[in-house]
Design a protein. Structure first.
Length: 463
């Protein structure tokens, strides 16, 4: 399998190359040159298989040539066999006649990020050991990627991880999940800015090719293809459990950086019968607005009850646009140049129509998010986190065919956002036992201005 950049000017790489590279050297994102296609018979054969076995079938074609089947199998068994607290790994919960939640928070850091980041840590170990190389990982987080990446990389010999989060804009549990990890290879940085600022700092470091080569930079955000790839698997396991390939299934995905829903789009491209893909956003609704009007324009990041989705510039939208534009890299370069110069762009009519053909979208503000949490708890006793509630609100608005199962991705455990959940439902969700003393553990972090020079100096200091 080879990977190409959405901007068309970086070298083609294999899976090992894209995993260690992160952002392409032309500023683009890597995508598979061609998608593997699964027949109905192959998809049907996933029924009843353990999660790790389906993961092997789904992931193997993407890593072919870089990992042996035996190595991949061992990594998947270690990741999904032990690190997740639920035997089904990604269990479905029925909420209504045809309404389902896919619980993705049973990993070590209580959010869907563990599915990919537990595995990515193992890929890094494998490839760095093989090459005798050390890596500097740089990531930006609105709260969940950070702890999952740190958990996946803590104490690993060949990597040092620098994780940027927006100062005072993540929940206390999210911050402490990162800052109480005291291993020497983990550096937490609170940036005076919002998540978009953190993500822009990361991209600026990657686009400084001299710096990037000097420190051996790589990425743990979903700009790294391996992240998206691992997230494709749970679309297959859940759809098959609900009758695929002999029945269509729809998905609603709480969305920020567009990585998770893009994984669903890839699953559909591989042959999974997905009817609807609904983008659910909070007030930071650039994607919902883009779908409605064709204008992709950031207008400031607002703090909400679902802070992990307080994002306006969605990295992975570029991967989708590459497809919408018929994989014409020149079109993507033109859009991205306009984005840099004018902080937005207007989608061409043909691209907008292609977007609308594949996705629906809706937005939920904080009042609606809280109401959904409260109503669900009253009706069923189920306590959902605010990101999941944004998803449920959008699923209710956008579902066009109630005879098709609608699966909303439940992306985080409610205890990560205790204050918002308690305010809406009156329930104080408990942290799982392995984190029961989180609020009394020692913290370590540094604070930096939103300044790429200061960040680069801090990273160089650690070399
Ligand atoms: C809890 C939670 N839900 C949803 C999202 C949005 O996912 P994505 O960025 O892949 O769109 C995030 C952050 O990315 C998150 O942490
Ligand atoms: N919500 C994310 C933001 C970063 O997204 P990623 O999927 O690109 O890593 C977070 O929790 O950090």
């Amino acid at each position: 399998m080879k990977y190409i950049s959405t901007r068309g000017e970086a070298e083609k790489l294999d899976f090992e190359g894209v995993t260690l590279t992160g952002l392409a050297r032309d500023g683009g994102l890597y995508v598979p040159e061609e998608l593997p296609k699964f027949s109905a018979g192959k998809i049907r054969s996933f029924r009843g298989k353990p999660y790790a076995d389906v993961a092997f079938e789904v992931i193997q074609p993407f890593v072919a040539g870089s990992l042996s089947d035996a190595d991949l199998k061992a990594m998947l068994d270690a990741t999904y066999g032990k690190a997740f607290r639920h035997p089904a790994v990604a269990p479905l919960v029925q909420l209504g006649a045809n309404d389902w939640l896919l619980e993705l928070f049973h990993g070590p850091t209580l959010a869907f990020k563990d599915f990919a980041l537990q595995l990515l840590g193992r890929f890094f170990d494998h490839f760095t050991a093989k090459r005798g190389q050390k890596l500097t990982i740089l990531g930006a987080t609105s709260g969940d990627t950070g702890s999952a990446a740190i958990e996946g990389c803590r104490g690993r010999d060949n990597v040092t991880i620098y994780m940027l989060h927006p100062k005072d804009r993540v929940s206390e549990v999210q911050r402490r999940q990162m800052t109480t990890v005291l291993e020497d290879n983990v550096v937490n940085i609170a940036v005076e800015g919002n998540f978009d600022d953190c993500q822009a700092l990361v991209k600026a470091c990657f686009n400084d090719l001299e710096f990037r080569d000097r420190v051996g930079l790589t990425a743990v955000n979903s700009i790294n293809w391996a992240r998206v790839m691992a997230q494709i698997v749970y679309y297959f396991t859940s759809a098959v459990a609900l009758g695929a390939p002999d029945r269509e299934v729809s998905y609603t995905v709480p969305t920020g950086n567009f990585g998770d829903i893009f994984a669903g789009y890839i699953a559909k491209g591989m042959g999974l019968p997905v009817r609807q893909l609904v983008i659910a956003t909070n007030k930071n609704d650039i994607l919902a607005r883009a779908l409605q009007s064709g204008a992709y324009r950031a207008d400031g990041v607002e703090a909400t009850l679902s802070p992990s989705m307080d994002i306006q510039v969605s990295s992975n939208f570029e991967r989708l646009m590459f497809d919408l534009a018929g994989r014409d890299a020149a079109e993507i370069r033109a859009y991205m140049d306009t984005l840099t110069a004018e902080k937005g762009f207007d989608l061409k009519q043909a691209h907008l129509e292609a977007l609308r053909a594949s996705f629906a979208a809706s937005q939920a503000d904080d009042a609606l998010t809280a109401k959904v949490m409260a109503d669900l708890y009253k009706a069923s006793g189920y306590v959902a986190d605010p990101h999941t509630a944004v998803g449920l609100a959008s699923a209710a608005v956008c579902n066009t065919d109630p005879s098709v199962p609608m699966v909303t991705l439940s992306t985080a455990h409610p205890a990560k956002f205790g204050a918002a959940v308690t305010e809406a439902t009156g329930v104080d969700p408990a942290l799982p036992a392995h984190m029961a003393d989180l609020l009394s553990r020692e913290e370590r972090l540094i604070t930096l201005a939103n300044d790429v020079t200061a960040l680069q100096a801090r990273i160089e200091q650690g070399l």
